[in-house]
Structures are given as C-alpha cells and as structure tokens.
Design a protein around this ligand. Structure first.
Ligand code: CP
Length: 318
C-alpha cells in the first residue's frame, strides 16, 4: 500500500521540531506495523540488506532491545556497540567512531549517549540517518512517541486530557520529550515532585508545576512515574529515598485521587517500592509492559520513515 505520509526527515533527534502531522504520521506507520504484527507476526521487508548500528554509550535494556527487535523485524542486520567494547575507551573520538561505522557501510545509526547534544552533533558529521535513543537529560524522542501512542490507544484522543508526570523532572529526558509531545497532541500536562527536582521554571514550557501530590493527581487521566536519576545528579536533592517515597511515592491510597480507571505509566527501569508500589505497577491500571511492546512498532516506524526520507523513497506500509 502506498501512502501520502508527512515525513521528510532523515534524523530523529528531538520531539521539539516535529509538527503534529509528522507525529501522527509516525503513529499511522506504527499502527500499520502493529496490525501486521498481531495478524501474522511476520517480518517486514523494508530494510532488507541494510545494516542498523546501535551505538549505546550509556546503559539501556528496553530501548536497545526494542531498536534491535524493530530493525530485525524490518529485515535489517543489526550490530550493537557498547562503550566498554569500543575503541572509544582508547581515546578515539565520537566523530571518528561514527565515520568508521559509515565507512563500514552502516545504513543508519541509533545512538544513546550520556551527553546532551551528542546525537545532534553526530547527525552533522555523518551522512546516514541518526536516531536519538536518549541523550543526557535533553531528549528521548522515541520514548515520548511510544508513551503518547500508548495513551492514544487507551484514551482515543489526548485533546484536553490531564496527564501528570511525577518524579525527577529536572534530570529527565523522558519528561522533556513527553511534555513537548503531549502538548502538541492537545494534552494538559502537570509536572510534580519535590521543588528541588521540579523547579518552577518548568512553567516556561507551558506546564503546571505542583509540589503537592494530591493536587497533582486529582482528576488526572494518566500519571507517568519517573525514577530518581542518580546517575545524572551531582548533589542530593532530598534527605533520603525513604523520605522521597513517603512524600511522593505512588501507593494505592494515593492512586485513589486519580480519575477512576486512570492509566499508570512508567518508562522503566522501575525502582519498585520507591516511586511506585509493586501492587500498582502490576495492576490492571498499569500499561507499563504495553509501553514496552509499543516501543517496537514506534521504532519500526521511525527507522522506516527516516530511511525512506534519506533515500527519497516512497513510504510503503503493510
Ligand atoms: N525507558 C528507557 O529508556 O529504558 P532503558 O534505559 O532500559 O532503555
């Protein structure tokens, strides 16, 4: 099937520059891949004979595996390179590493990096498509896309829906990308947590900032929990983990403040008993594993669209 889809980008670095029709194009492709996956679970041929390099220079379970599965389901060969196993440890620059991958005939690079801006830099020094799989506290575009896609499956539309993001907002690339994506789709976003991790300046992004849990959860259609990102913090932002949990951890009593049937989300990895009780993470309200599954088709859509844009090919969908 040939489609007139709105997409002309070879790279996906951030949600910010995307228009709503571009986001909806990704969802349209993801929906087609999901329907095909559920119908017969067969591989799609669109990246046959191509090589996708996953350059993961910061730990990852879900994103790395989902990109590997997505590329494989598009019939690409995949190579995963991690920081410890590369010559980056011998002083080679990121630019030289990436240009060597290009010389080895990689067709696309998916990159996670601890430094904000690294994928954007990489996209300027190689000609092949670069997909951001999370950079520092800057952006995690495919996570935000799979989160919004999951919410749309459950809620139908995000127009006027109240979504609360609760936890370590300050250091979170997931929060920044989600704020941008959810707002473009018409949602009202509240960010909540302790004032040290949720500074008032986030209001400049058009969100409501709340330091009171009950206020942030009351009448929310969905709550997205975030873990404390110790790896990016250089100072202590609250007295202890126990005190964080007692003030801001989501438990059954506090979940009752949400709208009846409200959705509970988490990008993972979960710190059970810290930001969310196990009982809620595993409850029927939780879509945490659905988010992971949707991560496959969102990444298939992004890889396919960026590859087609780079090669000026018509996008075909199942
Ligand atoms: N959600 C997410 O980015 O998880 P990983 O760090 O395991 O990839």
């Amino acid at each position: 099937m040939s489609q007139s889809l709105i997409w002309n980008r070879k790279d996906l670095i951030d949600i910010e520059p995307l228009s709503r029709p571009e986001i909806e194009t990704i969802f349209r492709a993801a929906t087609a891949f999901k329907q095909a996956m559920e119908a017969d679970n067969k591989k799609q041929p669109y990246l046959e004979g191509r090589t996708v390099v996953n350059l993961f220079l910061e730990p990852s379970t879900r994103t790395r595996l989902a990109f590997e599965v997505a590329a494989s389901r598009l019939s690409a060969d995949t190579i995963t390179v991690t920081g410890e196993a590369s010559s980056l440890t011998k002083g080679e620059t990121l630019r030289d590493t990436a240009r060597n991958m290009e010389a080895l005939r990689a067709d696309m690079i998916v990159m996670r990096h601890a430094a904000s801006g690294a994928p954007n830099y990489l996209s300027k020094v190689v000609d092949i498509p670069v997909i951001n799989a999370g950079d520092g506290s800057h952006a995690h575009p495919t996570q935000a896309l799979l989160d919004a896609f999951t919410l749309l499956e459950k809620l139908g539309s995000l127009e006027g829906k109240k979504i609360t993001i609760l936890g370590d907002i300050l250091f979170s690339r997931v929060a920044r990308s989600n704020i941008s994506c959810l707002q473009k789709l018409g949602a009202e976003v509240t960010v909540a947590g302790p004032s040290t991790l949720v500074p008032k300046r986030f209001e400049r992004m058009g969100v409501k900032v709340s330091h009171r849990l009950k206020e942030a959860l009351t009448d929310a259609d969905a709550v997205m929990l975030l873990r404390i990102q110790h790896e990016r913090q250089t100072a202590t932002h609250f007295p202890s983990i126990g005190e964080y949990t007692s003030m801001f951890g989501l438990n059954k009593a506090r979940a009752a403040w949400l709208k009846p049937g409200a959705i509970i989300m988490h990008p993972g990895p979960i710190n059970r008993g810290v930001e969310i009780d196990s009982e809620l993470a595993d409850s029927s309200q939780s879509v945490i594993l659905r988010q992971v599954t949707n991560g496959i088709v969102i990444r298939m859509a992004v890889l396919h669209l960026c590859f087609c844009a780079h090669h000026k090919q018509t996008v075909h969908l199942p």
